[in-house]
Design a protein around this ligand. Structure first.
Ligand SMILES: [Zn+2]
Ligand SMILES: [Zn+2]
Length: 369
C-alpha cells in the first residue's frame, strides 16, 4: 500500500520548493523503503532549484541522505529492516560497457539520470486531495491525483521516506551519525574518492584544492588521509578557509579577482606548483585557474601531466561508503566538522538562500528535529 509522505517538491525551476504531501509507492521486487533521518543540502540541489541545470519537473529534491530501512520488497537480502543506510545517488544500470568493466561511476544509462526507478516508474504520485481528485489527464496536468512525480537522482532524500533499489541503500557501521552518513552519500565520497581513487595521490605529494564547499573540504580530508605533505586550500570566502584548516589544510589562500596573485601565492607555497590540483566547483573560471596554476602547455607535456575528470569520486558505494564511515568513527575523517547548521525539512528554501550568500559549510535537514 502506498503511504503519504511530506517531501520538498520542485514544481517549476526558478520557483520556491514547497513541502507537499505525496503518495509513495510500496517497495516492489528488489526495492526498499527508507525512513529518512538526515539529508544534506548540496550545491547541486541549488543548481537544479535555480534552473542552472536542466532537470525534469515536478521532482522531489535531494540526493545526499541517510535513514533506516523500514520495509524491504520481495527478493531483497540486503539491506535488512532496521539498518542505517546511506543512499547512493548513482544507481548503475548493470549492463552498459562501464558497468560491465566495473566502472559503475561512469555509467551513462543510470536510472538516476532519468530520476526514476529502474523500470521507469516514478516513486511518488500526487494524492487525491479533497475537491481536487480525479485521475490525471492525458497531458499529465499537475494538480491531478495519480500524476507521477520524479525523484531527484532516483533517491530524493528531501522526503520523509523514499523507495529506492536495494543496491542504492548501503548499510553503514553502527554508531555512524545520520548527518555524517548523509554526507557520505555525496560530498564526502566525491571529494575523498577524487583524491584517493581518481588521482591516487601518493604520500608526500603537494595538493591544492580550489573551492571549499562540501566536496572541496572532502578533498582536503582525503589529502590528509593520503599523507600529502602540503595541502593548500583556496576560496574567495574567508570563513571557508577557516573550515579548511579545521579539517587539515596546511595553508590557505584567499582568492580574489586577480587570478595571477593566487597562482603566484600557490607557486610560492608549493615549490613552483603543486603536484595535484583539485577543482571542486565546476565553473569554467576556476577550472582555468587550476589549469594555469599547474599546467602551462610546455611543462604539461614535458612533465607528463594529466587532467582527470572524476564523477562521484570513482565510487563503488557498497565498498567505499562503509570504509569512509569507519574512518569517520576512528576520527581519521572528521566529516562532522562540515555540518554547521541543522534544519527542518520546512526550512529548505531558507537553506538555499543561505547557500546563495555563501553561508555555512554544510546544512543538514534533520527529520527528527
Ligand atoms: Zn551533491
Ligand atoms: Zn551502466
Amino acid at each position: 500500500m502506498a503511504i503519504s509522505v511530506r517531501g520538498a517538491l520542485l514544481e517549476t525551476v526558478g520557483q520556491p520548493v514547497v513541502i507537499a504531501d505525496l503518495d509513495l509507492i510500496e517497495p516492489r521486487d528488489g526495492e526498499v523503503r527508507v525512513r529518512m533521518l538526515a539529508s544534506g543540502v548540496c550545491h547541486s540541489d541549488l543548481h537544479v532549484r535555480d534552473g542552472e541545470w536542466d532537470r525534469p519537473t515536478p521532482i522531489v529534491m535531494g540526493h545526499e541522505g541517510a535513514g533506516i530501512v523500514e520495509v524491504v520488497g520481495p527478493g531483497v537480502t540486503s539491506p535488512r529492516v532496521g539498518e542505517l543506510v546511506s543512499l547512493s545517488w548513482l544507481i548503475p544500470c548493470g549492463v552498459c560497457r562501464s558497468c560491465r568493466r566495473g566502472h559503475v561511476w561512469a555509467c551513462p544509462d543510470s536510472p538516476s539520470y532519468r530520476h526514476m526507478l529502474l523500470d521507469g516508474t516514478a516513486p511518488f504520485t500526487r494524492p487525491a486531495a479533497p475537491g481536487l481528485g480525479g485521475e490525471a489527464d492525458e497531458a499529465g496536468q499537475p494538480g491531478r491525483a495519480g500524476t507521477p512525480v520524479r525523484a531527484y537522482c532516483a533517491i530524493s532524500t528531501m522526503a520523509e521516506a523514499v523507495v529506492v533499489p536495494a543496491a542504492a541503500a548501503i548499510p553503514l557501521p553502527d554508531g555512524t551519525d545520520p548527518g555524517v552518513a548523509a554526507l557520505i552519500g555525496c560530498c564526502v565520497t566525491t571529494g575523498v574518492g577524487a583524491v584517493l581513487k581518481t588521482a591516487a595521490v601518493p604520500a608526500g605529494a603537494s595538493v591544492a584544492v580550489i573551492g571549499l564547499g562540501g566536496v572541496g573540504l572532502s578533498c582536503v580530508m582525503g589529502a590528509v588521509i593520503a599523507e600529502a605533505s602540503r595541502i593548500v586550500a583556496i576560496d574567495r570566502i574567508e570563513t571557508k578557509l577557516v573550515a579548511a584548516r579545521a579539517v587539515g589544510a596546511t595553508d590557505t589562500i584567499l582568492g580574489g579577482d586577480d587570478a595571477s596573485t593566487t597562482i603566484e601565492a600557490l607557486r610560492d607555497l608549493t615549490d613552483g606548483g603543486p603536484d595535484f590540483v583539485f577543482e571542486a566547483i565546476g565553473r569554467t573560471e576556476t577550472a582555468e585557474l587550476g589549469a594555469r596554476a599547474a599546467f602551462d602547455v610546455y611543462p604539461f607535456v614535458d612533465g607528463s601531466r594529466r587532467i582527470l575528470g572524476s564523477n562521484y569520486g570513482f565510487a563503488e558505494p557498497a565498498i567505499d561508503f562503509p570504509r569512509y564511515a569507519a574512518w569517520t568513527l576512528d576520527g581519521r575523517l572528521p566529516v562532522e566538522r562540515l555540518i554547521d547548521r541543522r534544519i527542518r525539512l520546512d526550512d529548505v528554501e531558507d537553506a538555499f538562500a543561505a547557500m546563495r550568500r555563501g553561508e555555512y559549510t554544510r546544512q543538514v535537514i534533520d527529520f527528527d528535529g
